[in-house]
Structures are given as structure tokens and as C-alpha cells.
Design a binder for this molecule. Sequence first.
Ligand code: IMP
Length: 430
Amino acid sequence: MVETRANTCIVGLTWGDEAKGKIVDILAADHDVVVRYNGGNNAGHTVAFEGETYKLHLVPSGLFHPGVTCVVGGGLVVDPKALLDEITRHEGKAKDLRRRVLVSNRAHTIWPWHKTLEALAEKHEGKGKIGTTLRGIGPAYADKANRVTAIRMGEFLRPEHLRPKVERIVRSKNEIITRVFGDEPLDAAAVWNEYAEYGRALAPMIADTTAWLTRAVAQGKRVLFEGAQGTLLDIDHGTYPYVTSSNASAAGVWTGSGVSARHIGQILGVVKAYTTRVGEGPFPTELTGPLGDQIREQGHEYGTTTGRPRRCGWLDTFAIRYAARINDLDGIVITLLDVLGRLPQLKICTGYLVDGKPLDEFTDDPVVLEKAKPQLEGLDPWSEDISGAKRFEDLPRAARAYVKRVEELVGAQVRIISVGPDREQTIFRS
Ligand code: IMP
């Protein structure tokens, strides 16, 4: 096991889908609380044990450990129906789940108008679209910033105030839906009746989680912070505008959980052994030919949330070095190392060339990123099946050399290596 005495933050270093769910599930065994601090049900976290696979979108990935409290932090946008469905789906396996889930009264909520307007806007943009998950995430965060058309979870505790507010918001959203996009208006009464029901079911779980977490930390309980998506999708630090609408990097912990960053003992950044991306946006190390297809098939690279095929490419240590800086990393977790076995060649990106010149720093400019050519270094591939490896020394020499090269190029130690989806298929390094 890695050092988990301190509160730990698990964060994605690239464009999400780094298999963080598996790592959070494993480390949760050594924590009392797991807190999600950003995003919504755009996330897809997969946890596998005892021959079964579980897909999660909103509930923190600690749910399968009895006694672990799962906090849905204030930094999230919560689709109440999606949350209830997920709790219902997993409560057979995750004992006492309804008593272990706490939802922040400050978390914002996703309503039908968010999904409708997002679908209409993405369609309207055509080629200029972001390629979102269409879960209403962006419009809900936009309303959070807009304030007058936003609804927080705590408002479900005062339905007599919420009902007229929902009616008012539906009126104003219908203006946009019908007049701007020429689409069908929403029925405010039907929306209210459905969502009031969700609110009643979720009410016992809604709490002032910042106060609860502060007490938990003061009592010495160990807290694991779970990031969704990845640093390159962070609204402030990612490849804007092709990003999600929240702080997916460790920068989101303080705002998204209400717990001071002083209480985070270590930040571990997760990367796959290669890179993937879904949706639009620059991806300098993308492999569009048969090698990319081979990685997609070997890694089952299809979205957990939307089923979309993921774009695949070589590991990009130039981008990861940037993400390591943004997150002030203590260590790296490499997942899906087994997937790289059997590839006819193996490469790693060490930097970018733009108009023939090396770039000093990862850039904020999407036009420059689109032009960037990866500087690729060849490494020896391996053909052995490594999915049963228990210790670093069990890995073939070429796989160990690959891990060490990642450490050199990123400037951080690889602390955990995942060689398969199951909890057991994990190598810890001291
Ligand atoms: P949104 O979060 O649905 O607004 O989508 C914005 C961008 O983030 C799109 O490119 C999505 O494909 C991407 N995205 C959102 N959530 C995830 C995730 O959990 N994994 C990978 N990509 C994601």
C-alpha cells in the first residue's frame, strides 16, 4: 500500500477516463470518507472486484466499503434522477448506502431544461461544438454563475419556495427554447411533479457537508478526495474551450468540498499508460490509424457514460509534466499498463514542435495545440501478459524501463501501477 495516513487527493492528469475509480475504490479501504468535489454524471468511474464490474457516475467510488461515508460535495452539479437511480442500482451490494451518502446543500442541480438547451446548442454549433456528454453539465454550471436561474440541493428542503421558482425558471427557459431554437416548450407542472418526488427521496441525504467534513477532519477521520474528469479538462487549466465546466484538477478540492487544501496530505495524479480523449479538441499524440484502433480494442476504450469510442494515442509526458505542476503532485499512478503489451512498437511523447521549434511550456492556445507535432521517443515494446504481476520486479524489463522513463520525463515517482481492472491487479511501490 502507498502511504495513506494522510488525507489523499486522487486526480486525473489528462482528459479523464484514467481509471481513477479503481484507484479510489482501493484507497477507500484505508479511509473513512470519500468526497467527490467536481463535475456531475458526465463522469464514468468503473470499479471491479469479485468478478463483477460496477459503473458509477455521481456517488463517490468508496461506496462498496461498508463504513465509508460518501460525500457529494458542493462543487458538483447533481442530476437528482441520476443520483437516485445510481443509489437504487447499487444499494444491494453497497450496504446501508442511503445512510452513508451525504449530498451537499450547496451542490447545484441539473434539470430537464439544462439537457434540452445543451442538446440544442451543440446541434446549432455544428462543427464548432464541444462534443459534450449531453448531461446538462455546462448549462447547469452556467446557471450557477448566472445565479438567478440556479437551484441548489438545499432548496429541495423548502419545496414551498422552490415550486414558484421552478415555474419562473421554466418560463424564462421556454422563451429561449421556443424563440431562439424553435423547439417544444417544457411543461412546468410536469417537471415540478417529477422533481419534487426526487427531492423528497433525497432530502434525508442533504446536509451541510462542509460543516460535517470539517468536524470529521478535526476528529482525525481520513478523507479521500476524488476528482472527476482530468486536469486537461479543467475549466481554468485545461485545453479551453474543449474542457468541462468545473475544476477537475486538485485546484477544485477547496471550493468543491469546503475543506481547506491544508488538510490534503498527498496528491496522486492518475494517467493511463497511453492517452485517450473523447469529444472534440486538440490531441497532439493521437494515433488515427491501425495502432490507435489496436489500443482502443485492447483497452476497451469506449465511454462509460456515453459509449462513444475514445480517441487513442501515445502517452504525452509533455502535457503530463504541465498537469503535474498544476496539481503539485506527490506521485503518479499508471493504469492500464497491461494494454500496451503486444503492440508492434512503443513510443512516448517528450515535447512538442510548433512550426519546427520546440515549445517551452504547454500552451493555453488551441490553435497552437492543434498545430503541435509530438516529439516521440521509441522504447522497447513487450509481448508478455503482465496482468498477473504483483510486484514491480515481476514486470518484464521493457515494462519497467517504460515506467522509469515516465518518472524521469514527468519528474515524479510512480507509486501505483494497475495491470488490469480488478482490485487484485495492482502493484504498490514504496
Ligand atoms: P461535459 O462535461 O459534458 O460538458 O463535456 C465537456 C468535455 O469533457 C467533452 O469533451 C466530454 O467528452 C469531456 N468529458 C466530460 N466528462 C468526461 C469524463 O468523465 N471522461 C472523459 N471526458 C469527459
